[in-house]
Design a protein around this ligand. Structure first.
Ligand SMILES: NC(=O)c1ccc[n+]([C@@H]2O[C@H](COP(=O)([O-])OP(=O)(O)OC[C@H]3O[C@@H](n4cnc5c(N)ncnc54)[C@H](O)[C@@H]3O)[C@@H](O)[C@H]2O)c1
Length: 347
């Protein structure tokens, strides 16, 4: 295969940024733009010099190797299943599915088709997160002990689409919206989650079936704990933070602004050293071009990972399994909140 040729389904807010990133990604090429909203789809197709298609089935022609699913979640399952039936690779936006059952169907279809399924967890490629991960992996802060993580935005239809607050569309609230990214990042640092306990509350916005805050305790098989919150009542605006504590120090990454720092000692009780990670070039470009600059950069790196993964190589990019696990953990938090119990996953 010379270039991996993509059809984009869904030319909305994220689809537009995905198209821009695809065109800047070596080895990848956008060949079709599809949206039921003709004005939107045609405008994006014209911007990138590719044909427009209104019917997503017709967008999956023989000239397409991979599909980018960037529609609201109820369409993720039928679109992914059809793409795999036709032998395409798929990058599907988060949340992978509205429920664990739908997610399992998608993952199983990818496995049966022997095609690559990726989930759009692009925060893994935010430079502060990459810096924090390399600090943990270097062993500088010792062995992993525990994690605190948080993601929030103000919620409500002034901040985001009305459909994001519809349980029939999303399968839940803050935890499967912005929270699904921090769930993935937490699991990225923690390793596989075997036990979940959680609470959800909905007194702020009162969107039926959608929590505006979710609180979770996650445990991995080695006994390390993560404490996580996802919120739709972060009145100061969009932000997330992850703090990873080890036996000899800690590393913390946050956005916005993009920043990470690490403190550690060579031995317990020894003098503390500190390293700060600033990203001034990114901050200047973000100031000029908005947060979209950062998102597009992360998509470009994610696409490079997608290409490597489809060729069977290792990459930090999130797989379909990662997307499914995030949905399963979110729904375990819902179950725990409803019945007061603890949800166990086989190690
Ligand atoms: N990775 C991220 O950081 C991130 C951030 C926000 C949203 N998302 C996810 O990206 C996806 C898209 O979100 P968005 O904010 O771009 O939404 P959006 O509403 O702006 O765009 C969705 C597009 O899908 C189109 N669409 C709907 N039904 C269709 C159909 N049957 N065939 C073809 N097109 C159809 C709509 O017309 C619309 O243009 C969602 O899954 C969302 O959860 C990801």
């Amino acid at each position: 295969m010379n270039e991996m040729r993509f059809a984009l389904i869904g030319c909305g807010e994220i689809g537009g940024l995905r198209a821009e990133a695809l065109q800047k990604s070596p080895g990848l090429k956008l060949v079709r733009a599809c949206d039921v909203d003709a004005a939107r789809g045609k405008a994006l197709a014209a911007q990138h010099g590719v044909p427009y298609e209104s019917d997503w089935h017709a967008a999956l022609g023989d000239d397409v190797d991979a599909v980018l699913v960037s529609t609201p979640p109820p369409l993720h399952t039928p679109m992914c299943l059809e793409a795999f039936r036709l032998g395409k690779h798929v990058l599907c936006e988060k949340p992978l599915a509205r429920s664990p059952e739908e997610g399992r169907q998608i993952v199983e279809a990818a496995r049966a088709a022997k095609r690559h399924l990726a989930t759009g967890f692009n925060y893994r490629f935010y430079p502060a997160i990459a810096a924090a991960k390399s600090v943990l992996d270097s062993g500088r802060i010792g062995e992993l002990d525990h994690i605190r993580s948080y993601a929030g935005h103000p919620g409500g239809t002034e901040f985001t689409h009305a459909w994001v607050h519809d349980v029939k569309v999303m399968g839940g609230g803050a935890l499967v919206d912005n929270g699904i990214h921090i769930l993935d990042l937490t699991r990225y640092f923690l390793g596989e989650v075997v036990e979940v306990k959680g609470f959800r509350t909905g007194h702020v916005w009162s969107f039926e079936g959608c929590e505006d805050n979710a609180f979770a305790l996650l445990r991995n098989s080695r006994g390390n704990i993560a404490q996580l919150q996802a919120s739709w009542s972060e009145w100061r605006g969009y932000r997330f933070r992850i703090e990873v504590y080890g036996t000899r120090g800690c590393v913390r990454a946050s956005y916005p602004p993009m920043y990470a720092d690490a403190v550690w000692s060579e031995k317990p009780g020894g003098p503390m050293r500190r390293e700060r990670f600033f990203f001034p070039a990114l901050q200047i470009k973000e100031r000029l071009k908005s947060y979209r600059f950062t998102v597009v950069q992360s998509f470009i790196e994610e696409f490079a990972g997608f290409l490597r993964a489809a060729q069977g190589q290792a990459t930090p990019a999130a797989s379909g399994h990662d997307g499914l696990r995030a949905v399963e953990i979110a729904h375990a938090v819902y179950q725990s909140s409803a019945d007061g119990g603890t949800v166990l996953f086989p190690a």
